[in-house]
Design a protein around this ligand. Structure first.
Ligand code: 5AD
Ligand code: SF4
Length: 423
């Protein structure tokens, strides 16, 4: 989501104020720091980054610094108190106001702060999307109203708001016209999509998938997070990629209840079982929080059992980080950090081993892949993505970039595959 927002901020600043993107801090007239507060480490990175940027600003009078994202949303004016070099503080829902805030900063000589939640306004004030290659993100909803007990998102991004369905379809169609073949539908919880239709009725995520599938040119759709209602769509829509990201967080029902996740481990396993009935080789990725307050050794064994049952392909797993203002931050937590770290490492090693097994089973198979660009290292090599979300590198001409081709998998590496071009 932040990656998408950063792209939209760059497009907006270019369209409205003529700023061009640079990766060289020392050349910048304006530095935009798009922040994350999901865990404490991410939050603290904001302030260490600002320390570094402040040193550069000292040598470049007139340089402006804007801080956006969830740290800005949560801290508001405190950002400027802690880092007085900052000129503008904007939230995830006010990024479209950034040009006005920058102008006001220069005109008034005073720092500007706006981290309010003006509902859907943000989407209406952004320039039309520009495609950069054949894969694109499309935001369909924002915010979250689930209030899991450990999570800051409902407080920083606000309650769930969905974009009207026609707006989403228009954006996907515009991207398809510019050569986009693969769209990732974004939202904190896309399964909560409830988009207004022109006749006033409400479309859910499954219906949106049906419509997006009908758009010519689009060949692959990545939903992020979903529930049982979407399972049928996997049987019906071949354009849905053979990969789902379905965050489970933990395998102990006691912990899941304390997290306020609203499902049991068995219910989660049941969804993955039904998915595998329709798509036997579907790749299932997830998120885990290890060491939630009160997680016992036995609770963690339940997590490991769930890992065995589902056969995850990848995970984003982290040690629990207490976030100010969330209910879980007040829970007693007496598990030593070393114990949590050992649990995390065991979990990750098991999932990595499983991912390698799945990759090895792909050896010798033919895959239809989307060519994303030249490979990072190696002249004449291309980088592409398989239908089950793996990166494969193979020799081929640059003219194939942004097209779909067939490759044979010839090598398995820890985080990628090697292949041979068949077309
Ligand atoms: N501590 C650790 N991980 C967290 N996540 C969300 N909040 C926290 C927290 N307080 C993780 C969850 C979620 C992912 C986006 O971030 O696993 O799915
Ligand atoms: Fe956070 Fe839970 Fe909402 Fe996900 S569903 S964003 S973990 S509150």
């Amino acid at each position: 989501m932040n990656d998408y927002d950063s792209g939209r901020i760059a497009d907006l600043l270019n369209a409205e104020m003529g700023y061009e993107r640079t990766d060289v801090l020392e050349e910048a007239d304006l530095v935009v720091v798009n922040t994350c507060s999901i865990r404490e480490k991410a939050q603290e990175k904001t302030f260490s980054d600002l320390g570094r940027i402040r040193e550069v600003k000292k040598t470049r009078p007139g340089m402006l610094i804007a801080v956006g994202g969830c740290v800005a949303s949560q801290e508001g004016e405190n950002v400027i108190r802690r880092a007085p070099c900052v000129d503008v503080v904007f939230g995830p829902q006010t990024l479209h106001r950034l040009p006005d805030m920058l102008r006001a900063r220069v005109e008034t000589g005073r720092p500007q702060v706006d981290v309010s939640f003006p509902e859907i306004e943000k989407f209406d004030h952004l320039p039309a999307p520009k495609a950069h290659g054949a894969a694109a993100f499309v935001s369909i909803m924002e915010g979250c109203s689930k209030y899991c007990s450990y999570c800051v998102v409902p407080y920083t991004r606000g309650e769930e708001i969905s974009r009207p369905m026609v707006d989403v379809l228009m954006e996907v169609a515009q991207l398809a016209d510019q050569g986009v073949r693969e769209v990732t539908l974004l939202g904190q919880n896309v399964n909560a999509y409830r988009g207004k239709m022109p006749d006033g009725s409400i479309a859910d995520f499954a219906l949106l998938l049906d419509y997006v599938s009908e758009i010519d040119g689009i060949e692959r759709i990545h939903p992020r997070e979903f529930s049982q209602r979407i399972i049928d769509a996997y049987g019906r829509l071949p354009k849905l990629v053979n990969h789902v990201h379905l965050p489970v967080q933990a395998g102990s029902d006691r912990v899941l209840a304390a997290m306020k996740r609203g499902y049991t481990a068995a219910e989660y396993v049941e969804i993955t079982r039904k998915l595998r009935e329709l798509r036997p080789d579907i790749s299932i990725a997830t998120d885990f929080i290890v060491g939630f307050p009160g997680e016992t050794a036995e609770d963690f064994e339940d997590t490991m059992k769930l890992v065995e049952k589902v056969g995850f392909d990848a995970s984003f797993s982290f040690i629990y980080s207490p976030r100010p203002g969330t209910p879980a931050a007040r829970l007693p937590d007496d598990t030593p950090y070393d114990v949590k770290l050992a649990r995390l490492q065991r979990l990750q090693a098991t999932i990595d081993a499983n991912a390698t097994r799945i990759s090895e089973s792909m050896l010798g198979t033919e895959q239809r892949v989307l060519v994303l660009g030249p490979a990072r290292k190696g002249e004449g090599f291309l980088m592409a993505r398989t239908d089950n979300n793996r990166i494969v590198n193979f020799e081929g001409p640059l003219s194939l970039v942004d097209t779909m081709v067939r490759v044979k998998v010839t090598d398995v590496y820890p985080h990628s595959l090697g292949g041979q071009l068949l077309d």
